[in-house]
Design a protein around this ligand. Structure first.
Ligand code: O2Y
Ligand code: MN
Length: 662
């Protein structure tokens, strides 16, 4: 293609930057622009070679996207390029092909629900192979104590990254199609939204990204002069394939690498087709890269659900809540209140992007368009709204299925107790309820469109977001930590969040049950130096802004017999009720303790709950907290060291003094 009649003759405006303010006339700038178009276009076309465009019109794409695609196609050498438009028609074609190939099967009991099994070696996020790449090590990780491995962020130098990329990506898409996925995180064109373009050779990723993000042609229009996050993903198994492909799920578990280049707003993922490793809009973009963008632009990208809670009086309050993986964030986001007259509506279940508005309030959007929830444990008892959400148009990964075309996983025993179903487990073997082992992988997932959630909030796609009044942090804490406490101030809240801990989960590689630090529930997703991240939080508070109150909750405290002291699930509304009455300034609700304000006896609505061991549930045991204070100090000294902001150190000193005087 050439000449002024080219359908898309415009160049990346940044190419003209050196010529701006040089006194060049409009006409000569136009001439330069035309010349640049030909030069760039020629390079792009040379790079593309004779690669067939299997779908879409390459020449209609913005020039900077053309350049990105051409450069990466030259590197990865796919058999052709498929530009996705995100339509149902496109998805149907891909689904049809995958069913023929045996990679996907329809769950016949539902409308448009599909099941897929991965290679059993590719079942979870791989934290140990996830890297942040910056010139300076301490842009990524804190200046930890001598010999201490940083647990927040994994640093790799650009030089090492080059070596790692060179040994993986050249030719990695040989014989495969390279899909180009334009996607928006947040409502398309919204002031808080951002755009990404993912290149991938996995059609499962294409289908899942369509559920989890907004994929459509209007993303190209919204891009305009904005930048986009470059996402490059390959399953890492060029054709002809030398090893056996298990379950028609190509992957390369030995060579997995997930690398982020924050300054370049770029993500490279190799070897895994699973969840957080391959759906790059989620953890990689919306948390690790976005937290860098947020730092630069003065906002926050957090691992938080967003919920709207309406009280019996009709007033609605929006709350954001951060919990480490597998603490029931999706369940809380879709809570069915057990107290009469209350209503909860879900804005998001995993990630919140939040920015202070002109009015001084903090506004949050959910950048995602779907839920990628853990299947086991999700049932009509624990989360009926999630169950309703995934009755159609959903993708299930590594769950079991019944011979009558229904999904099955641990936690659904009750629903199936009279049916005695024949089950095919996640490994494709025959299985019966009561057989040894599990039917579904513990990290098996559903991916379902958020719009299908019966309690999705009418404003969940509001471009400006919803105003947040409270931020809750929580974790699985079997001992010592009360059901709820309010922190004394923004700074004390930041310190409390920095001390967040939880029992480990199936979503990550960690085995066994031990309580691990997970500051801000961001440990696996930290995009830059955690000390700088803390300072960023502190700096967000200004005189003109109404910072939300910060709370800590623990639904998981156990008694001496190992039984949970709190029923959780829909009864968590009782804690939210207490929080909202605190926000309202209602008197006599709290008792001051060394760690914050806990509920005064009788201040939490316990009607109809039966026997709750209040004292055990709310106590702040001196011995436990004295140990904890020492441990937290050692942790922050070792892990954050000189990068710890003085305000946080002050909070730590003050809290320790209070605890030691207990
Ligand atoms: O294991 C994975 O690849 C997904 S992990 C995940 C998925 C959805 C929401 N949160 C998480 C998480 O680990 O926090
Ligand atoms: Mn999560």
């Amino acid at each position: 293609p050439s000449g002024a009649d080219h359908p898309n003759m415009s160049v990346d405006p940044s190419l003209l930057t050196p010529y701006k303010n040089t006194g060049a006339s409009e006409a000569s700038l136009r001439q330069i622009s035309e010349d640049a178009f030909y030069v760039v276009n020629e390079v792009v076309m040379k790079r593309l070679g004779h690669l067939p465009i299997l779908k879409g019109d390459f020449h209609l794409l913005p020039p900077k996207v053309q350049r990105f695609i051409a450069e990466k196609a030259e590197l990865m050498r796919p058999r052709g390029i498929f530009i996705c438009d995100g339509t149902q028609h496109e998805a149907d074609d891909i689904i049809h092909k995958l069913i023929e190939r045996g990679m996907l099967s329809k769950l016949e009991a539902y409308e448009n629900n599909y099941i897929c099994r991965t290679d059993p070696k590719d079942v979870a996020r791989v934290e140990s192979k996830t890297w942040m790449v910056t010139k300076e090590k301490h842009q990524t990780v804190c200046r930890t104590a001598e010999g201490v491995e940083p647990i927040m962020g994994h640093w790799m130098s650009p030089e090492s990254l080059s070596t790692e990329l060179d040994s993986r990506f050249p030719g990695c898409m040989a014989g495969r199609t390279m899909y180009v996925i334009p996607f928006s995180m947040g409502p398309i064109g919204g002031p808080l939204s951002k755009i990404g373009v993912q290149l991938t050779d996995s059609n499962y990723v294409v289908l899942s990204m369509r559920v989890m993000t907004r994929v459509c042609n209007s993303v190209w229009d919204a891009l305009g002069d904005n930048d986009f996050v470059r996402c490059i993903h390959s399953v890492g198994l060029p054709r002809p394939v030398k090893q056996r492909v298990i379950n028609h799920w190509p992957c390369n578990p030995e060579r997995v690498l997930i690398a982020h280049r924050p300054p370049e707003r770029e993500i490279w993922s190799f070897g895994s087709g699973y969840g957080g490793n391959s759906l790059l809009g989620k953890k990689c973009f919306a948390l690790r890269i976005a937290s860098n963008i947020a730092y630069d632009e003065g906002w926050m990208a957090e691992h938080m659900l967003i919920m709207g809670v309406t009280r019996p009086c009709g007033r609605e309050h929006f709350i954001a809540a951060a919990f480490p993986s597998a603490c029931g964030k999706t369940n809380l986001a879709m809570l069915e209140p057990t107290l009469p007259g209350w209503k909860v509506r879900c804005v998001g279940d995993d990630i919140a992007w939040m920015k202070f508005g002109e009015d001084g309030r903090l506004y949050a959007i959910n950048p995602e368009a779907g839920f990628f929830g853990v299947a086991p444990g999700t049932s009509n008892r624990t989360n009926p709204m999630a169950v309703a959400t995934f009755q159609k148009n959903s993708i299930f990964t590594n769950v079991a299925e019944t011979t009558t075309g229904e999904y099955y996983w641990e936690g659904l025993e009750e629903d199936y107790k009279d049916k005695d179903p024949e089950i095919i487990n996640w490994l494709g073997e025959k299985w019966k309820i009561g057989d040894p082992g599990v039917a579904a992988h513990p990290n098996s997932r559903f991916a379902a469109p958020a719009s299908q959630c019966p309690i999705i909030h009418p404003d969940w796609e509001s471009p400006k977001g919803v105003p947040i009044e409270a931020i809750i942090f929580g974790g699985r804490r079997p001992a010592g930590v009360p059901l709820v406490f309010e922190t004394h101030s923004w700074e004390h809240g930041v310190f409390t969040a920095a001390c967040l801990k939880s029992e480990t989960t199936a979503a990550a590689e960690h085995k066994g049950k031990n309580v691990m630090h997970d500051p801000f529930a961001m440990r696996p997703f930290m995009g830059y130096n955690f000390g700088k991240y803390l300072q960023h939080w502190l700096d967000l508070k200004t005189e003109k802004r109404q910072v939300p109150k910060i709370y800590h909750v623990n639904w998981f405290r156990k008694d001496a017999d190992g039984k949970f002291l709190w029923p959780g699930f829909g009864d968590n509304i009782r804690v939210i009720d207490w929080i909202i009455r605190r926000l309202d300034g209602e008197a006599n609700l709290g008792v001051e303790t060394a760690i914050g304000t806990v509920p005064a006896p009788g201040s939490v609505d316990m009607s109809g709950l039966g026997d709750i061991k209040w004292d055990e549930l709310m106590s702040v045991p001196a011995d436990y907290w004295k140990e904890d204070a020492k441990e937290v100090r050692a942790f922050l000294e070792a892990q954050v060291g000189p990068d710890l902001p003085k305000e946080v150190r002050h909070e730590m000193d003050e809290q320790e003094k209070k605890i030691n005087s207990l």
